[in-house]
Write a protein that binds this ligand. Structure first.
Ligand code: ADP
Ligand code: MG
Length: 265
């Protein structure tokens, strides 16, 4: 099943944020290297403003973030060996890349189950054998996943995130992740603003998905809390647009005790 070159590869990634009025480019990421293999959990930690969300948005293909050609050493941005730098956000999703963000959007009037059906159909647009012939068949599939992830099925009939609590939003987002069967998933501060029970539920859901689909996970977090439940194989520290240190979960514990300031690059 897993291909020889199955990995998400980032090499020498330089990214600027583009001001939409002045078109001015401000460099944020200054040469990020990261390799994520299927089934691995990577945590990216770092102080506010270090570029963690910029990395997530860049992976998603957000138009405000521009990958700049470095002066030396070519940039690589590969998903299972395929260059996805020029691909649109939808095309990236269809390749199996999933991104969950800190602030989920509210889409009143669009029921969760319909939103997820469209997302599923877009994800598998290139794999017709994965598509369900009838809406009711998808519903059954969705209800099965909701049960597995302990998501209240009543939520599926409500408007997306409309009046949802913080915990409900996150659970539905994790359900969305399960629906999309991602090869690689990036979770940006998906733990922020959640109480301990919700963090635990999210972490358990992510772990279930990882085991089921052998998803490579990148969890971006400011705190160590979620890493108590989601055990990282690798921990990376980002500072001023670069990964300045990588290690195992001991590094996360060290950061918790000593803070980011002490870390020397
Ligand atoms: P983190 O997620 O680690 O807190 P961000 O990636 O959000 O960091 O931000 C890194 C830096 O880039 C910050 O200085 C931030 O102000 C700047 N930045 C990010 N996005 C934008 C944007 N759309 N416009 C202007 N500055 C931005
Ligand atoms: Mg951020």
């Amino acid at each position: 099943m897993s291909k020889k070159n199955a990995q998400l590869t980032l090499k020498n990634l330089h990214v600027s944020v583009v001001n939409q009025q002045t078109e001015e480019h401000t460099p944020i990421l200054r040469g990020v290297d990261l390799v994520v293999k299927p089934g691995e959990i990577h945590a990216i930690m770092g102080p506010n403003g270090s570029g963690k969300s910029t990395l997530a948005y860049t992976l998603a293909g957000h138009p405000f973030y521009e990958v700049e050609e470095p002066k030396k050493n070519k940039t690589e941005f590969l998903l299972d060996g395929e260059d996805i730098l020029e691909k649109s956000p939808d095309e990236r999703a269809a390749e199996g890349l999933f991104l969950a963000f800190q602030y989920p959007v509210e889409v009143p009037g669009v029921k969760v189950q319909n939103f997820l059906r469209l997302a599923y159909n877009a994800r598998f647009v290139n794999q017709p054998q994965k598509l369900f012939a009838k809406v009711i068949e998808f519903r059954r599939h969705l209800e099965g996943l909701a049960k597995e992830l302990k998501v209240n099925p009543e939520l599926l009939k409500r408007g997306l995130n409309e009046g949802f609590s913080g915990g409900e939003k996150k659970r539905v987002e994790i359900l969305q992740m399960a629906v999309l069967e991602p090869k690689y998933a990036i979770l940006d501060e998906t733990d922020s603003g959640l109480d301990v029970d919700a963090i635990k539920a999210v972490a358990e859901g992510v772990e279930k998905i990882r085991r089921k689909y052998n998803t490579g996970i990148v969890v971006i977090t400011h705190y160590q809390r979620i890493l108590k439940y989601l055990k990282p194989d690798f921990v990376h520290v980002m500072k001023a647009g670069k990964i300045v240190k990588s290690g195992d979960k001991e590094l996360a514990a060290q950061l918790e005790a000593e803070g980011f300031e002490k870390l020397e690059s």
